[in-house]
Design a binder for this molecule. Structure first.
Ligand SMILES: [Zn+2]
Length: 68
């Protein structure tokens, strides 16, 4: 299990990136929303889409869920 967060700020393509808590690219506390604990990035991204339709896994920590 890992803790997952989504970035409140959009990236270049309008994506809101989903990160594990240990990721070096984890946004600052004021720039992230806590999603919960999940076994993998898949359900974390699904949860993130409740906040931001265009959510995407971080290429670094959640590459299995990174598209585009
Ligand atoms: Zn990440």
């Amino acid at each position: 299990m890992a803790l997952y967060y989504v970035n409140k700020n959009e990236q270049d393509h309008g994506d809101h990136e989903v990160h594990e808590w240990r990721c070096e690219w984890l946004p600052l506390e004021e720039n992230r929303i806590y999603l919960g604990q999940f076994d993998s990035c898949g359900p974390a991204v699904s949860k993130a889409k409740e906040y931001y339709e265009q959510s995407n896994g971080c290429a670094h920590c959640s590459s299995a869920c990174h598209t585009g």
